[in-house]
Each structure stands twice: as C-alpha cells, then as structure tokens.
Ligand binder design. Structure first.
Ligand SMILES: NC(=O)c1ccc[n+]([C@@H]2O[C@H](COP(=O)([O-])OP(=O)(O)OC[C@H]3O[C@@H](n4cnc5c(N)ncnc54)[C@H](O)[C@@H]3O)[C@@H](O)[C@H]2O)c1
Length: 255
C-alpha cells in the first residue's frame, strides 16, 4: 500500500528536500507551511514523482489549523504514516533585551507546534491502526550555543525531550518517535525560486567539518527516509546528530 508523509515547513529549505525524497520513494505527500507561495511551488516540483501531493497553508502553533490539516490529509490521501515536524524559526536576540513575547513565539512554533502536530497525527495513526513514524527536527544548538540564542536553543532542547517522552507514550500504538539534530545545513538553493541564492563557502567553513564540507538538505532527507523505514523498526526515542562531525571537533582558540 502506498504510504503518506506529512511534512511541516515543507515549502522551503530542508523540508522541501524531505518532501522531494519521500515523493521519489513513492509516498503521497502533504505539506503544511505558513508561506503559501513556497508551499505551492514545492507541490509543483513534486509533480514528476507523484500525483498525490497537497499543500495546506497554516501556522503550526495554531491547534485548530493543525487539526484541520491532519484531517484533510488523512481524508484526501488515505491516512498518515509519517510525520516530519520540520517547521522552525531561528532567532538571535540580546538575552538582556529579549521580551517574553519574542521568547514565547519561538517556543510556540518550534516546540508547541511539534507537539500539536504529533498529537493530531498520532490520534490519526491510532485510528488507522497501521502504526507510524514521527521525526522531529531538533538542532545541534539543543546541546551547544552561540551567545543570544536562548529561545531557539531552549526550543530545540525541548524537542529532544519531547521526542523521548512521546516515544514512550506512543510505543503501544506502534508509533516510533525520533529526532534529528542537523548541524550547519546550507539551504539557500532550496528557497522559493525568487529568493534562491548560490551558496559560497570558504575553506574555513569547510574545514571546521571533519567530513570537509557544509551539510546539504539531502543529508537530512536521507536520514528521515531511513528512520521512517522498517530497517529502523527497533529505533525509537533517539536523537541522531547529522553535522559532518562539527560538534565532535575539539577547538583550541588561538591568540
Ligand atoms: N539549516 C540549518 O542549518 C539547520 C540546522 C539545525 C536545525 N535546523 C532546523 O531544520 C528545520 C528547517 O530549517 P531550514 O533551514 O530548512 O529553514 P527554512 O527557513 O529554509 O524553512 C523553514 C520552513 O518552515 C516554514 N515555517 C516557518 N514558520 C512556520 C509556521 N509557524 N508554521 C508553518 N510553517 C512555518 C517556513 O515558511 C519555511 O518554508 C527547522 O526546524 C530548523 O530549526 C536547520
């Protein structure tokens, strides 16, 4: 039976690459994104691989919009087998100036959004009775930081904890829940066509990665496919860091 993958933030960047990879594997695709133009453009890009691709404009932090998306997906495409909680916003703001509202917005999109989508999808997966896989996009910033990234880091640390909590709660419904922590992934070529840019990386950019290059959205998409497959049937509640080794490289500052 053809499987269905639902991907938040699938309009651009890593989410667009994930949608392409699942479509190429024969999945039906449902994309949710706050950017209508980007979401519709991704659906067009999927056409060579599948006729079963849909887009719904929504904000993942809005419970009613999330519930409608999951219901429409299950009705129009026949169930949901995979959910990738990929939508996210980044923020750098002076920790002494950051308002409660600014902090909360990042938590609402990056963390509450993943919870709301997971809860709605898990209810549908339980109803369909064919199990499922949920993948949450965390970040290496869940475990290390630059200055003034409190809201983003907290949201991604929350994702790591949400992942093991939901993996334990949903195991009985044959639903596995894992997270991926990307490092530096170059997404400029994967934006809406009018915003695309050709990336340029310096030797220093490449050399801070033991594999000798910056990451690509395809690196993350391949891991999503693996974690959703039966080959990963004994993996749940885990976080997979995909960063070309950037975070295991010891750095001594030079004068
Ligand atoms: N690119 C990286 O280096 C990197 C590193 C670590 C983690 N991540 C994570 O990977 C995910 C994707 O990042 P990206 O670099 O591809 O970002 P991106 O900005 O290129 O794409 C994010 C997509 O999410 C959508 N989105 C934003 N807010 C939304 C909302 N409230 N509701 C629905 N859709 C919304 C955007 O419209 C966009 O299409 C994010 O969760 C990000 O935190 C990225």
């Amino acid at each position: 039976m053809r499987k269905i993958a639902a991907i938040t933030g699938g309009g651009q960047g890593i989410g667009r690459a994930i949608a392409m990879a699942f479509a190429q594997e024969g999945y039906g695709i449902s994309i949710a994104d706050i950017d209508r133009e980007a979401g519709l453009e991704t659906v067009d890009l999927l056409r060579p691989y599948t006729d079963d691709a849909m887009f719904v404009e929504l904000d993942v932090s809005k419970e009613d919009e999330v519930r409608d998306w999951i219901e429409r997906t299950a009705t129009d495409l026949d169930g949901i087998d995979v959910l990738v909680n990929n939508a996210g916003i980044f923020q750098i703001a002076d920790v002494l100036e950051l308002s409660a509202e600014q902090f909360q917005r990042v938590l609402s999109v990056n963390l509450s959004g993943a919870f709301l989508c997971s809860q709605a999808a898990a209810r549908m997966m339980k109803k369909n009775g064919r199990g499922g896989s949920i993948i949450n996009m965390a970040s290496t910033r869940a475990f290390m930081s630059e200055p003034n990234t409190e809201a983003y880091s907290a949201s991604k640390g929350g994702i790591a904890a949400l992942t093991h909590a939901m993996a334990v709660s949903l195991g009985g419904y044959d639903i596995r829940v894992n997270s991926i922590s990307p490092g530096w992934i170059e997404v400029r070529e994967w934006q809406l066509s009018s915003r695309k840019e050709l990336p340029v990386h310096s030797e220093t950019d490449r050399n801070q990665h033991p594999v000798g290059r910056v990451g690509k959205p395809e690196d993350i998409a391949a891991a999503c496919l693996y974690l959703s497959s039966e080959k990963a049937g004994f993996i749940t509640g885990q976080n997979l860091t995909i960063d070309g080794g950037m975070t295991i490289k010891m750095i001594y500052a030079e004068d």
